[in-house]
Every structure is written in C-alpha cells, then in structure tokens.
Design a protein around this ligand. Structure first.
Ligand code: SF4
Length: 442
C-alpha cells in the first residue's frame, strides 16, 4: 500500500484542510504515516504568515527527501498560492498546488512519479472566489475536537495582511450544508466542534443568513456537544451572538478576538474596522453577560507607525482589559501589502522587545484568569492521551485542566471543580465521581 505523509504550517483552517486532503488519499488506498517516517508522497501545506516561509519550506522538503530521496514532494497552502515560482525552484519539489487545486490533486495528477522539473498548478486569485471547498479535521482516534471550515477568504483590507491574496474573497458554505455536515460530525462522536474560516464572523456576508443565524440553528441540534468559534473580528461579534452564548451552554464561553493594536491611530493605519474604545466596549459587554468568559486576543507588535508611545498605549490598554491571554505576533514585511511601503519602520530588536513585554503580560493575564476559576465548577472534555497517568482537556471557557487518568471520563462533557492552579502552567487538578464533585488531595 502506498504511503503519504503530511506537514502543516499555520492556522487551524490549514489543519482542517490537510485532514480533508488526507481523506482523499485514504480513499485512494494510501496509508497515512508520520512525517518523520518513510513515505512515497509527502504533502506540505504552507502558510504565508509564518516568518521565513521559504526557508522553512526548504527545510521541510529536505527532511522529507532525507527519509526517502525518491518520494514525490507536493507543496500547497497560502505560500504556494502566492509564490509558486519560488517553491518550484526548491530542489526536489515535484508539484505546487494552489489554494483550490490542493483539493483536486487526484484529478490533476495521473501518477506520483518523480519529475525532472516541478509543475505548478495554481489558478489566479480571482478564480479562488468561485469555489468553496469544504474541510473538517478528522482525528479518527480521539473524536474529541473537530475543526469545521464554514467560511473562506476575506474582503477586508488590513494593510499588513496577505491572506486575502492567498485565499480570495469572503465566501461561505451553504447554510443547509453547514447543518448537514455539522450533524454528521456530532453523529461521528465529536464533542467539541470548532467553527473555522479566515474570517468566520463574516459568514454569509452576501446572504441573509449570518453567523448568528447559523449558531441559533446549530444549538438546536440534539446531542451532547459544544461549539467553539475559532476567532471572530470585534466588529462582527454582535450583541446577539454574545447574548446567545450567555444563554446557551452549547456555545463555549470563550471568544478569540483579534485586537492587533490598542492604539486607535495604529488601528487606523492598519485599516482595521474598529477603534480601541469600540473594542473595549465589546469586551465589557461580554464580561457583563458572561462573567467567566475566556477571552483570547491577537496583537501585532512593531507594525509601521507603532511609535514607542503608541506601543505603550497598547500595553496599558491590554493591561486594563479583563482578557485571559494573548497571541503575540511580531510584524514582518510581506510583499504586495500596503504596509511594506508605509513610514515609521520599527527596528527589529525593538519589535522583539515589545513582543517579549506582551508575552510576559499574557502570562500574567492567564494566571489571573486561571486563579479566578479556583472553587468554580467548569465543564471539561478530557482528551484520550495518557500523560504519565494524567489526562488533559479544555473547559468551555478555555482553561487547560489536568486530572488523574480515568478512561470513563474521556471525551465526555464532564463537570469538574477547580481546586488549584499549578505555577506557570495554569493547570487545575480536579476529580469527579458519579457526578459528585470531590477534589483531589493536594
Ligand atoms: S480580517 Fe484583516 S487580518 Fe484578518 S484575514 Fe482579513 S485582511 Fe487579514
């Protein structure tokens, strides 16, 4: 049986798409093996957000060829869509597939025979807009979390971002299709379904059915499951969605909301669609309706025009916000973006320093949030891995929880009591028997 191995860089959307490509290989009689193992075909799903995408891609290709010099190497993903020529020049690459073509590998290729020169199968960005390729992750063994792509592309014009070029315009899976595929995931036993996309909040932008309407329908589906939204732009997180989340346990009390900067001036330069005070109001509204809600925040440091004062504005803004953790990104110049030609360049060393400051702030925030959960009852879904006699899982509000391994509690929505938080790890120990909450001895 031929073997295929996958390597995925970047976001959850990429992971769900790799899974879908993997399913196609399985259907064609392939075995999926680990990337470090000997395979006949290696598929690398790239990301354009990654720093040094080309260097990273080169290294991964080399790793694959070390394992099997005769393997067929296919590269796809956002980086492949944007710079196919660059990838085709990497020694050992046989085929480059664009954002749409990656779902058609078997109709494009007749065989996986190694070639002298690499072939490029990448359509223009314009053509991306005509198709929506569905995807969801299928971790067949655990069945705990599924990443379900319901939206793709983005119509926004954030000055630092190349994603709209790599993924095309905003488009969504048809409403009925979402319901039907979601039901299939529930019936397959997934307990947490994470709605993903490039700009999920923009779901249904060109139709009457918006994200709120989809959520309202999904929570009515019978079954024991919960829904998480992977990430949502602040201007698209409506009060209706917050209220629905507050009222319905099937919606996780957790939002991941990109902020990017706490300075309204920088937000303007970035062409974001809100200012700092709007963002703050959103967060306060969430906390008013869902006091224990976990809130994750994306921030970019060192973008053009982020002066020292504006960075401090961001720092203090976040410090005073009741959020739970940050994902901190360091700005890096990307070809074909508006930002690359903007004034106010920030030194690389300064960018790193700012990144570090926010990471420390993130740890403090996480710790504070986790500590505020001590003594509270949370619902967790434990995953199947056994970490030396312990199991781990996430609560609805995104607190990482650890407990002694108990087969009977795996992949079930389980109420637990948070007893303590372990230093630096933000881990709570909990124990539950027959629905009676009992804490573990220290
Ligand atoms: S919202 Fe902005 S940052 Fe996000 S994908 Fe769209 S253009 Fe990029």
């Amino acid at each position: 049986m031929p073997k295929v191995a996958f390597y995925t860089l970047g976001c959850k959307l990429n992971f769900s798409e790799t899974s879908t490509i993997g399913e196609q290989f399985l259907n064609k009689g392939f075995n999926i093996v680990e990337f470090k193992d000997h395979a006949d075909v290696y598929v690398i799903n790239t990301c354009t957000v990654t720093d040094n995408a080309d260097k990273e891609c080169r290294q991964i290709v080399r790793r694959a060829l070390r394992e099997n010099p005769n393997a067929f190497i296919a590269v796809t993903g956002c980086y492949a869509q944007l710079r196919p020529d660059e990838i085709a020049e990497i020694e050992g690459v046989d085929a480059v597939f664009g954002s749409n073509e990656k779902f058609k590998i078997f109709s494009i290729l007749e065989s996986f025979e190694k070639k002298e020169l690499s072939c490029i199968y990448v359509a223009d960005t314009e053509e991306l807009n005509n198709e929506f390729n569905s995807a969801h992750s299928t971790d067949a063994d655990s069945r705990t979390r599924a990443f379900f792509k319901i939206q793709d592309g983005c119509d926004y014009k954030c000055t630092f971002c190349t994603i709209p070029l790599a993924r095309g315009k905003s488009r969504s899976m048809h409403h009925e299709e979402v319901i039907s595929q979601f039901k299939q995931l529930v019936n397959s036993g997934y307990k947490e379904i994470i709605l993903t996309g490039v700009n999920v909040g923009d779901y249904g932008n060109s139709s009457d059915i918006k994200l709120y309407d989809i959520l309202k329908d999904l929570v009515e589906i019978p079954g024991d499951f919960r829904i998480r939204i992977s990430s949502i732009e602040p201007n698209l997180l409506t009060e209706d969605i917050i209220k629905l989340t507050a009222e319905n346990k099937k919606l996780c009390s957790h939002f991941h909301i990109p902020l990017q900067s706490g300075s309204s001036d920088v937000l303007k330069l970035m062409q974001r669609r809100y200012n700092a005070s709007f963002y703050k109001d959103r967060i306060n509204k969430i906390k008013e309706l869902i006091p224990d809600c976990g809130i994750g925040v994306d921030v970019i440091v060192g973008s053009p025009g982020e002066t020292h004062e504006r960075f401090l504005e961001t720092y203090n803004f976040i410090k005073d916000l009741p959020i739970s953790y940050l994902h901190v990104f360091t700005y890096s110049e990307r070809p074909n973006t508006k930002a690359i030609n903007m004034q106010g360049n920030v030194e690389i060393a300064e960018r790193r320093k700012r990144n570090n400051m926010l990471r420390i702030l993130s740890e403090k925030k996480r710790n504070e949030f986790y500590r505020s959960m001590i003594g509270k009852e949370l619902e967790v879904i434990f995953e199947h891995q056994n970490y030396n006699g312990f199991m781990k899982g996430f609560s609805s509000n995104y607190v990482r929880i650890i407990n002694s391994f108990n087969e009977n509690l795996i992949n079930k929505i389980t109420p637990v009591l948070i007893k303590e938080i372990k230093e630096n790890e933000g881990i709570a120990e909990t124990y539950t028997v027959n629905n009676t909450l009992t804490t573990l001895a220290g």
